[in-house]
Write a protein that binds this ligand. Sequence first.
Ligand SMILES: [Zn+2]
Ligand SMILES: [Zn+2]
Length: 245
Amino acid sequence: MKAYKADMHIHSCLSPCGDLDMSPKSIIEKCLEKGLDLIAICDHNTVENAEAIMLLGKRGGLCVLPGMEVCSKEEAHILAIFSNMAQASQMQSYVYEHLPGINNAELWGPQIVANEDDEVMGENDRLLIGATTLSVHQIVEKTHAIGGLSIASHVDRSAFGIVSQLGFIPPDLALDGVEVSFRLPIKEARSKIRSIGKLPCITSSDAHFLSDIGKIHTTLVMAEVTFEEIVLALKGADGRYIVSD
Ligand SMILES: [Zn+2]
Ligand SMILES: [Zn+2]
């Protein structure tokens, strides 16, 4: 077993609120510089930049998982993280079917689709910053049906977190874990937010700017960096675990 540094919530220039400097190449360079072993690209309601970043990660020896930060109809953010693009694309189709609106780039920011050479391939014109018409239960259910991991984003934040939106984490919601932001030490999370209960806790940068990358990470003790190992670490199974102090 070995300890690996993971940041499973990084935005790219495709998120309207993500800095334009968050290009595929720059993200990978920064992650390698910060010594991360594993990241997930989680743009708002889309996965269109993940493949380019995965390719660059592969070249650089960094595991990149495709994901997205889905906004529920209750305006709670839920991370959906997958092991491959086929799964992530399935989730994207489902989310797009339930995501109304058109982006106003001047108001919300541009949504740049880029390739592995940092070339602009186009702009996504959907309202990616918006809420889907899906409930948190539907998002978690669909993520699992496809084979992904479902983690509630920044549950300690006063906006767009499941606790801020619903008041608590529904006990019947089959989350694989919760994420706390850099504001709340992971070891204090469970006592501060009672409804976390026994759910696994991770922390991530939720980086929107290059300078956010590496400011915080989760340490996972696993045999190797694979999606299957991450699943075991979240469960605390077979000697794999999350370092939580
Ligand atoms: Zn969020
Ligand atoms: Zn985010």
